[in-house]
Design a protein around this ligand. Structure first.
Ligand SMILES: [Fe+2]
Length: 437
């Protein structure tokens, strides 16, 4: 378990320097478990899925017997990349460059002849694709390039216990979207693991989310907070009435009540509140009724679990936002430069048993700037803010960023990062006084 006293100062170079970025490319991404896709991305023998991050390409394949394998996406002959994207129907992996072939467990099975009248240049056998560790949990496929890494269940501990009640593996990914963002991958993760920015960036959420009473827990390499929903933030509680809470809730989370999308923006007057009751209680009952409609996945769960937000960071680059009946993850994948990344957003719904789309293969979609408003105001606000954070972090006079206690999960992430990189967030700023210190 990492220190429970996360650092208060983080070197700004961690977000902008090529040196730090290269260090991550050499020591973090090739050595940490990462969520690559869902089991539903490759349900059948012959299915494959390519996971790309920081110049790495991992090929995940389901073999004829139904087992998953993962490989570095490179032919052992001359180093060509083997496959791109995802697909189905493989019976072998054939390099497009010279047609060397591998079976779905990665074994070289044939080498094309230079002269078709003569023997092949080498006999197949022995040579294999470079294996990558692969395992699954919760319906998700995780990969790790490090053959000596601890097993996945050890890495995830205690997340499997924390999230066991959700039964994530029974959910279906109903949208999988990606877009390019002009910021460091950690700028994305930071923005999704604290509620401190809610009042400034998402003021409309204060009517329905408590941004102040959000207890943080550090869990192994990971972390979580819990956020009450359906009642206003203490910052605005005295100014917000029930009708405003009702409208803000339907606008942002109408799907949790089972409301048709058209009613999210204009839900009409709030439902009657029984004497001595509260609108939060009414919302809880409405969500319970909707959960019953979709198959009652969580019979008898306590009220808090019905309505509130359970929010998890899976080190290094994935953040889950979990509500009963719906969850989503945000994942940040760096590219070639420290100030650019890809942001993935995958949403999951509980589809009742027998639903024709249950466990459908996700259809991944790239978004452009004009698609952002359709993601809703919260995401649009965050996406506007992220490049602004990076632009500020690039200013040379800024040596460090200062964390407040509400941002403890960010500090924790940097401490965990240190373990992979051999760096020290506590000492790297020691000999570098800066303006205003
Ligand atoms: Fe945000």
């Amino acid at each position: 378990m990492a220190s429970q006293n996360p650092p208060r100062k983080i070197a700004a170079d961690r977000y902008r320097s090529t040196t730090f970025h290269d260090r991550e490319r050499e020591q973090l991404w090739p050595q940490s478990w990462q969520l690559a896709c869902t089991l539903d991305c490759l349900p059948d023998p012959g299915d494959y899925y390519e996971y790309r991050i920081a110049g790495l390409s991992v090929l995940i394949v389901r073999d004829e017997a139904g087992s998953l394998h993962a490989f570095q996406n490179v032919c052992r002959h001359r180093g060509n990349a083997l496959l791109e994207g995802s697909g189905a129907g493989l019976s072998e992996i054939r390099c497009p460059y010279h047609h060397w072939c591998y079976d779905l467990s990665g074994r070289l099975t044939s080498v094309s002849r230079g002269d078709p009248t003569k023997r092949p240049h080498r006999s197949p056998g022995g040579l294999t694709l470079i294996p990558v560790r692969v395992d699954d949990w919760g319906g998700f496929v995780f990969v790790n390039l490090d053959p000596d890494a601890a097993p996945l269940d050890e890495f995830l501990d205690p997340m499997a216990d924390e999230l066991g009640w959700v039964r994530m593996h029974e959910y279906t990914c109903t949208s999988a979207m990606s877009l390019h963002v002009a910021c460091n991958w950690k700028v994305v993760i930071d923005a999704f693991i604290e509620t401190y920015h809610l009042h400034a960036v998402h003021p409309q959420m204060l009517a329905i989310a408590d941004d102040v009473h959000t207890p943080i827990r550090l869990l192994g390499e990971h972390s979580m907070f819990y956020q009450p929903y359906g009642a206003p933030s203490p910052r605005v509680a005295s100014q917000v009435g029930d009708q405003e809470i009702w409208e803000a809730f339907t606008h942002n989370l109408g799907h949790r009540l089972g409301l048709p999308f058209a009613e999210h923006a204009n839900p009409g007057p709030h439902p009657p509140i029984p004497a001595g009751g509260s609108l939060r209680q009414v919302l809880i009952e409405r969500i319970r009724a909707h959960l019953e409609e979709i198959g009652d996945p969580y019979p008898g769960i306590p009220d808090d679990q019905v309505i509130d937000d359970y929010h998890y960071h899976f080190f290094p680059n994935t953040v889950f936002n979990v509500f009963a009946g719906w969850f989503g993850f945000i994942r940040a994948r760096p590219g070639e430069r420290p100030d650019r990344c890809v942001l993935d957003m995958w949403n999951f719904d509980w589809l009742p048993e027998g639903h024709p789309n249950r466990h459908a293969r996700p259809e991944e979609r790239w978004l452009e700037a004009e698609d952002i408003p359709a993601l809703g105001p919260v995401m649009a606000q965050d996406l506007e803010n992220l490049p602004r954070t990076q632009a500020g972090l690039e200013q040379p006079g800024l040596r460090s960023v200062q964390l407040v206690p509400e941002e403890a999960r960010i500090g924790h992430m940097h401490r965990v990062l240190d373990r992979y990189l051999g760096t020290s967030v506590d000492t790297e700023l020691r000999d570098r006084p800066e303006a205003g210190d």
